[in-house]
Design a protein around this ligand. Structure first.
Ligand code: GDP
Length: 139
């Protein structure tokens, strides 16, 4: 059975462009409840830990530089079928391929600076949420 929580980050490009409020509005209007949320700023080392699964990819170093280049919002979201529905809401990794009306189509500027993160499985949603929030901070 699909779980009911996912994890998101609003990435430095979207924060810097002042799009955080518009993105959170879309997330809430799509039926997601915010369970935990914080503004934070990753060090390059901590960005590297979050994206460790990509450490062999050619873009890993650039991705860590980019994700530590400015503030982000980290949040846990709740909704039935949360992981799949959130991936639909954000659209494809590359905004050039993202469907009309998706968050990445509206706000992303490149395949790297793509506005938002969304977990790709229930298991990763739990791991990623715990990367930022203690259980006692998740409401
Ligand atoms: P996601 O699940 O849609 O976020 O995509 P991935 O897990 O494949 O990649 C993680 C993140 O790495 C993406 O959201 C982008 O920020 C970045 N990324 C993915 N592919 C590329 C790429 O080909 N080049 C660069 N520079 N960044 C990429």
């Amino acid at each position: 059975m699909a779980g009911n929580r996912t994890f998101t980050m609003i990435k430095p490009d979207a924060m810097g462009a002042g799009n955080a409020g518009a993105i959170l509005k879309m997330i809430e209007e799509a039926g997601f409840r915010i369970v935990a949320m914080k503004v934070t700023h990753l060090t390059k080392e901590r960005a590297g830990q979050f994206y460790e699964v990509h450490k062999e990819r050619p873009f890993y170093n650039d991705l860590c530089e980019y994700m530590s280049s400015g503030a982000i919002i980290a949040a846990i979201l709740e909704k039935d079928n949360a992981v799949a529905d959130f991936r639909t809401l954000i659209g494809a990794t590359n905004p050039a391929d993202a469907a009309e009306g998706t968050i990445r189509k509206l706000f992303a500027t490149s395949i790297e600076a793509n506005a938002v993160h969304g977990s790709d499985s229930d298991e990763n949603a739990a791991i990623e949420g715990s990367f930022y929030f203690a259980k006692t901070e998740q409401f």
